[in-house]
Design a protein around this ligand. Sequence first.
Ligand code: ZN
Length: 682
Amino acid sequence: MKSMWSDVEAQRMVERYAQQGVNADIALRVYTSRLLGRDPSLVLHGGGNTSVKTTVPDALGRPTSVLCVKGSGWDMAEIEPAGLPAVRLAPIVELRDLAKLSDEDMVNIQRCNLLDASAPNPSVETLLHAFLPHKFIDHTHAIAVLAVSDQPNGNDLCRELYGKRMGHVPYIMPGFLLAKRAAEVFEQDPSVEGLILEKHGIFTFGETAREAYERMIEKVAEAEGRLQKNRKAVFAPAALPKQTATAAAIAPTLRGLIARCDKGKALQRMVLDFRNGPAILNYVNGRELERYSQVGVVTPDHTIRTKNWPLVVPAPDACDVAAFRTNAEAAFAKFTQRYHDYFRRHNARQDPPKTELDAAPRVILVPGLGLFGVGASKGAALIAADIAENTIQTITDAESLGRYECLSEADLFDMEYWSLEQAKLGKGKEAKFARHIVVVTGGASGIGRATAQAFKREGAEVAILDLPGDALTTAAKTLKCAGIPCDVTDASAVKAAFAKVVETFGGVDIVVANAGKAWQGKIGTVDEQVLRDSFELNFYGYQRVGQAAVDVMTQQGFGGVLLFNVSKQAVNPGPNFGPYGLPKAAALALMRQYAVDHGADGIRANAVNADRIRSGLLTDTMIAERSKSRGVSQEDYMGGNLLAREVTAEDVAQAFISLALADKTTGAVLTVDGGNIAAALR
Ligand code: ZN
């Protein structure tokens, strides 16, 4: 751990923010907060907090003494002055005279003293920052410090390491009482440069941003040095199958078990994030994994993101995935039972009683393979996986030094079921397709792209499958989707692409088969190869995608949705369009076959029948030619339907959305053509 402080950078920040009317104290507070926030071995995803005491003008321009402290919802790595809300200092310092203060009252008083009523809530550790006199205060959950502190004799080890240079604060849950205790510890010896919070983290302080920051770096570096001294090699490996199954082979099974974790409750879809690598494998392959992985989180606020314990499933043998399924089911049953028991045990002492959270794991450890982060979105899954990786490093370090130990189960329960967290429950409505994983073939342009965008807008995680190239790269980047190269005329490419989707998100819920191309030719004379090429893409392409989807969906075991883009050609053939219309007619029949054969699996199959959409299939040149040959304007040609309105790719996308939502509809065709009675299904 080295200081990243740069005088040049610091000065640049001061000048940059001065232009926005932000004072130098706050600019430098932003600067070193980012330095800390960008190192995952110090803080992760909104963890940790920093503050500065400074003077800013109030609404009347009067100099006002404030504490600018990290606001909730802000990540230190990306913090801006707006993420350091200013709280009037004097009124909150006075709170120290109180004997007690509930978290709700504390939040309220802090909000009442904000200079900007629209600012985020100041950190729950605001009072700790306020009660200490220093100008700059930094707080992190540094891995190295936790590895030393998270030991049965952690307090002794920390005292030995830092001596009188650091104050030592016993564990108290963040809030008013911790703030008071920390101030008392400081006042016993005001020469200390910071505080070690038992099994929680570290505070450092100073008169300048640089001093507080560099004290943090120095203390963490000392802990790192201690961990290297007489370091033991851990962990002794367990016996594993000769060949372990891949992440793609087991993720849908895990996703299915997660979704049904809470018996008797609604299905709870989750998104997964898979990780492996030497440090993860060394950890999950350890013989004593069941011991050291089940102790609990390395610092209390992780419990809100990952729960206290990860789920450990047995190593999956590539030769016997069925056995893995049975074993994983048993592991899930044990995990959820333990969670319910834990809740019941600790809820008994709560007044008022708490609302039990879902029992689904947020981290799954798989010996021989790696780990999965689990969350309601890809973002949440990534955070869970980042924390899991950080936990692995901390516990590995702790075990290399001695034996890992964390806070008591009761302390962790108090954090997981904290009243401020409970108050958030049930608020914030989820988007329609939140937690859903959608695959769109031919998603890089036209109808496919509009469909991918529409699902993304409704909260889905979307994978676009298309031919490799710039269009795919650009669409994936612009729409913030996964872009997976895939030629649907190649059976093995389709399998590989679905494996990639599953590895990326954990499974599949909705598949839109859309990749297609319009071949033309008069049926009496057309070359057979043209017809075969068209069937290869416009029919077999759908069949391959349909099969790959069914494979994943049946492993998950909670159904799914297949959506086929078939053309009006499927029911109303146009002259010389046989090579395109015939496979589309077959694709319509294929959709119905899926509805018939897989309805029992909960898989719905439906199609959209679209006509005359400006796209790669109906290019501007074709539109110009056709309108000319019919002697009408291009607008009249495009709007040549009962409603006399042009149909767009977005209209088709909305039809797919409607069918995906229509829970009790299968085997249906939805027409999107502005009204073309000759193409009406009968
Ligand atoms: Zn903390």
